[in-house]
Ligand binder design. Structure first.
Ligand code: DSN
Length: 421
C-alpha cells in the first residue's frame, strides 16, 4: 500500500495504522477514478493540504492575533494576520474573521451578532434552493429564531424579489439572508440592499456557493452591498473545508465577539493557515481564468443536458451549478443519483422548486463544475459528460452502467485529479 502522491511520512502511518492509511488511499483512488459533479466540492491544492497536515493543528489560540488566552501564539498569529489581510484585500472588505470552522458555524455567528432568540428574519426557503441553516425546522436557525421564507417565482424559477419586499414590509425582519445551495442564477444584491434599507434590516449574504467565482472576479461581488457576508472556503474557492466572515467595519466587533467567545472556543490554526494559502492562490491570474472556465463549463454542461431532455431550472445557469428537472424523462432524482453513481459519476439528487416528490426522492439533480474544471476539463469533455449522464440515468442495466464507467475511466485518466508527481 503506497501512493507517490503522499509524502514519505505516509509509510509511517501505513505501518502503524494500515486501516486508516487504506482509507486515505481508497479516497484518493475514488477521486481519481470518477467524475465529481457535486457542486459544493473541489480539489484543494497540495499546498493547502500541506498546511492542513501541519503542527499548527496542535496550538490552542483562543482570542485573536495579539490578544490570545494562551502563550506561544506568536507564530500562529503570523498565519492568522496573513489570512485576514489577504481576505480583506481579495474581497475589498473592511473586516475579516477567519475563525469559523464551517459555513454552518459562520451563520450561527452572524445570527449571534445580530439576533436574539425568537427574532424574525427572512431567508430563502430550503425547497426553493435555500440552505439548512437558513431556518429549516430541524436546524438551530429554525428552532431558536422565527424565520419567514421567500422563494422563487413560479414562472421564472428565479428569486421572487417582489415577494421578498412584501414579506419584509409585513414582518419587519431584523435581518434578511440572501444565498443558498441550489441557486443557478446571479443574485440582485442591489435590490436586496434596497429592501433591507426600506425596513431597517441587516443584509446578510451567505455566499458559500459562489464566493470562489467572486474571488476570481468572474461574477459581481456582494461585499459592497451587504452588511455581512459568510461563506465556506472549500467550494469553488478551493480552500480547506472551513468557513469565513467578512463585514463592514461597524459590525467588526459584534462579529468577532459572536465567533469567539459566543460560538466557538479554540480556532483551528492549521485550517486558518490553509485558508491563507488558498486566498493567495485566488489572487493569481490563473485562478481568475479558472473561475471563468468553471462558468463556461457549467453553461455547456447544462445546455447539453437540456438537449438530452433534462430541463434546466430557470432555463440555464450563470454560475458553477445547475439544477435539472428530470420529470420530462420520467426519472427521479434518487434513481438518477444511484444510476450515475454506478457509472462513475458522482452528483446529488435535489428538490426542484414546487417539487411534487419528497426530498428523499426529488425530481431533480444538481450538477457543478468546480472539480472537473480543476482537473483541466473543458467544453468538449462537458459534452461527453452530459452524454454519459443521459445514458446512465435512462438505463437500469448494470452492464450499461459498467460500460459507461469504463468510458468515464478512460476520460479521467487523461485529466487526473491529484496527478502523481
Ligand atoms: N451541503 C452543501 C451543499 O452541498 O450545497 C451546503 O452546505
Amino acid at each position: 500500500m503506497s501512493d507517490t502522491f503522499f509524502g514519505s511520512d505516509f509509510n509511517e502511518l501505513a505501518a502503524s495504522d494500515p486501516e486508516i492509511a487504506n482509507v486515505l488511499i481508497d479516497e484518493l483512488t475514488r477521486l481519481r477514478g470518477g467524475i465529481q459533479l457535486i457542486a459544493s466540492e473541489n480539489f484543494t491544492s497540495p499546498s493547502v493540504l500541506t498546511a492542513l497536515g501541519s503542527t499548527l493543528s496542535n496550538k490552542y489560540a483562543e482570542g485573536y492575533p495579539g490578544k490570545r488566552y494562551y502563550g506561544g501564539c506568536e507564530v500562529v498569529d503570523v498565519a492568522e494576520n496573513l489570512a485576514i489581510d489577504r481576505a480583506k484585500k481579495l474581497f475589498g472588505a473592511d473586516h475579516a474573521n477567519l475563525q469559523p470552522h464551517s459555513g454552518a458555524s459562520a451563520n450561527i455567528a452572524v445570527f449571534g451578532a445580530f439576533l436574539k432568540p425568537g427574532d424574525t428574519y427572512l431567508a430563502m426557503a430550503l425547497p426553493h434552493g435555500g440552505h439548512l441553516t437558513h431556518g429549516a425546522g430541524v436546524s438551530y436557525s429554525g428552532k431558536w429564531f422565527n424565520p419567514v421564507h421567500y422563494g422563487v417565482a413560479e414562472g421564472t424559477e428565479d428569486i421572487d424579489y417582489n415577494q421578498m419586499r412584501d414579506l419584509a414590509r409585513e414582518h419587519r425582519p431584523k435581518l434578511i439572508v440572501a444565498g443558498g445551495s441550489a441557486i443557478p442564477r446571479l443574485i440582485d444584491f442591489e435590490a436586496i440592499r434596497a429592501i433591507c434599507d426600506e425596513v431597517g434590516a441587516i443584509m446578510h449574504v451567505d455566499a458559500a456557493h459562489f464566493i470562489g467565482l467572486v474571488a476570481g472576479k468572474a461574477i459581481p461581488s456582494p461585499v459592497p452591498f451587504a452588511d455581512v457576508v459568510s461563506f465556506t472556503t472549500h467550494k469553488v474557492l478551493r480552500g480547506p473545508r472551513s468557513g469565513m466572515i467578512v463585514c463592514k467595519e461597524e459590525h467588526a466587533s459584534a462579529i468577532d465577539k459572536a465567533v469567539f467567545p459566543l460560538m466557538q472556543g479554540g480556532p483551528m490554526m492549521h485550517v486558518i493557515a490553509a485558508k491563507a494559502v488558498a486566498l493567495k492562490e485566488c489572487m493569481t491570474p490563473e485562478y481568475q481564468k479558472y473561475a471563468r472556465e468553471v462558468i463556461v463549463n457549467a453553461k455547456v454542461l447544462t445546455s447539453e443536458l437540456a438537449t438530452h431532455g433534462m430541463r434546466p431550472v430557470t432555463g440555464g445557469t450563470d454560475t458553477h451549478l445547475a439544477l435539472l428537472d428530470l420529470q420530462g424523462i420520467g426519472v427521479t432524482g434518487k434513481d438518477a443519483e444511484q444510476r450515475t453513481g454506478a457509472s462513475g459519476i458522482v452528483l446529488n439528487k435535489n428538490s426542484i422548486p414546487y417539487d411534487p416528490a419528497p426530498p428523499s426522492v426529488a425530481s431533480g439533480i444538481r450538477v457543478g463544475t468546480p472539480s472537473v474544471t480543476t482537473q483541466g476539463m473543458g467544453t468538449e469533455e462537458m459534452k461527453q459528460i452530459a452524454h454519459f449522464i443521459s445514458r446512465a440515468v435512462t438505463t437500469d442495466s448494470a452492464r450499461d452502467h459498467a460500460d459507461i464507467k469504463a468510458e468515464v475511466t478512460e476520460l479521467v485518466t487523461k485529466f487526473p485529479a491529484y496527478p502523481r508527481p
